[in-house]
Design a protein around this ligand. Structure first.
Ligand SMILES: NC(=O)c1ccc[n+]([C@@H]2O[C@H](COP(=O)([O-])OP(=O)(O)OC[C@H]3O[C@@H](n4cnc5c(N)ncnc54)[C@H](O)[C@@H]3O)[C@@H](O)[C@H]2O)c1
Ligand SMILES: O=C(O)CC[C@@H](O)C(=O)O
Length: 389
């Protein structure tokens, strides 16, 4: 029985993938083999020795201490693209909200009613204060052309916008799905200087943290509208509030409110709803649960952020799974431990991702405990597991 701990509410569409004859799932589970998480902060989480994998039902893994997981031989998964459509739709909504003064207009109508005014008459008299431009013909800058950025680009082109995109690491898969009508730029400055609207779709990491600050805002057009449904820390709160005050930034829409932003003028602060649709919650949960299941049951890895994609049909009796550092002679060291035991390797795979690697070997006999201990003792080996077929 595998023990799975949930740190957030995970859609039943995902939990149902973990059948209760093989998995016990709960938010109180001790010593879990796997964790299912959404946005819970895991920075200080103490990993039990039992923990083998964490699956993030979502895209961003900045709430998970990935480097620490790698060193402990814990596989971290995410669910690429599973919530991208939901975010794209909220970006669309944000583009309209940032342009047309819909939120402040609605607030004003309520105020009129509360004051007992003749609302129908008052709106016709006062609505000029809420004029806002159309999107057609305006320029949109997209920072990050991944699962979300590509979908935003494709739909913005259909709205008649001039779309500029920046992503120095654009993947082939995303490039193939990207509209040909986009102007791909090679530096952020071009986005900042050209665009009436800027939307962020990059992960939060040391390179992207605080990328929208006084210096970058200085390069932007007056009254630029900025949309940030990616992560709050991409934008320096103090700097954007100053720019909103002067009118340099016309509107800031964020999915990551804090106390300073919540009541600020020309800020629309959404309570992290980017992925909050039933469809996307189901997609993310199902994908995360399947990743966890396939890893725990079969040793296969798909969509991990710290280890390579590795998948192999079972052949043989036992499967030896070794997570190790990506350093020379690891495979040689493992095989030299198996050979004297007369263990025949039926099939094997060895792949790396940056500093870490994964070796899976199917052998035609049972792997004895002393062999496991010897492999564990090899310098650079982080985690050893045997799956009996
Ligand atoms: N509000 C929400 O609920 C919600 C939902 C989904 C994703 N997100 C956030 O949005 C981010 C993007 O999501 P996604 O699904 O498109 O992820 P993704 O991994 O598919 O795309 C991220 C893209 O950013 C690019 N990138 C990385 N560093 C960059 C840099 N310095 N400059 C420009 N591009 C860079 C990558 O090459 C990649 O193409 C996530 O990391 C997450 O933080 C938020
Ligand atoms: O789980 C959520 O609701 C948000 C997920 C989102 O922030 C992500 O990075 O995918």
């Amino acid at each position: 029985m595998f023990r799975i701990k949930t740190l957030n509410r995970i859609s039943p569409a995902g939990l149902s993938k973990l059948d209760n004859t093989r998995f016990s799932v709960g938010d109180e589970t001790d010593n879990p083999d796997g964790i299912l998480v959404r946005s819970s902060e895991m920075g200080d989480y103490v990993f039990p020795d039992t923990l083998r994998a964490i699956a993030r039902a979502g895209a961003g893994t900045n709430n998970i201490p990935v480097a620490r997981c790698s060193e402990a031989g814990i596989v971290v998964f995410n669910t690429p693209g599973a919530n991208a459509n939901a975010v794209k739709e909220l970006v669309l909504c944000s583009l309209f909200l940032s342009s047309r003064k819909i939120v402040s207009g609605i607030d004003w109508v309520k105020q009129l009613a509360r004051k007992g005014e003749d609302v129908a008459a008052a709106v016709e008299k006062g609505k000029a204060a809420f004029v806002g431009p159309e999107l057609e013909g305006k320029s949109l800058g997209i920072v990050g052309l991944g699962a979300v950025g590509v979908q935003v680009a494709n739909v913005a082109v259909k709205l008649g916008m001039k779309v500029y995109g920046y992503d120095p690491f654009l993947s082939v898969e995303h490039a193939l799905n990207l509209t040909r009508s986009i102007h791909r730029v090679m530096d952020l400055e071009s986005i900042y200087k050209t665009c009436d609207y800027i939307t962020l779709h990059v992960p939060l990491n040391p390179e992207t943290k605080g990328m929208i600050n006084t210096d970058s805002i200085h390069m932007m057009k007056g009254h630029v509208r900025i949309i940030n449904l990616a992560r709050g820390e991409l934008v320096d709160t103090k700097d954007i509030l100053e720019a909103l005050e002067t009118g340099k930034v016309g509107c800031y829409i964020t999915d990551f409110p804090n106390n300073d932003l919540a009541l600020a003028k020309n800020v629309v602060a959404i309570p992290h709803l980017g992925a909050s649709t039933p469809e996307s919650e189901d997609n993310c949960a199902a994908m995360a649960a399947m990743e966890l299941k396939d890893y725990l049951e079969n040793g296969n890895i798909k969509n991990s952020v710290n280890l390579p994609d590795v998948s192999m049909e079972f052949s043989g009796m036992d499967r030896l799974c070794v997570i190790h550092k990506n350093i020379p002679n690891m495979l040689g060291s493992i095989i030299s431990i198996l050979s004297p035991e007369n263990m025949n390797i039926e099939n094997m795979v060895n792949k790396s991702k940056k500093d870490y690697a994964y070796t899976m070997l199917d052998v035609n006999s049972k792997v004895p405990e002393n062999v496991i201990d010897k492999i564990k003792a090899v310098e650079g080996v982080l985690r050893v597991r045997v799956i009996h077929h």
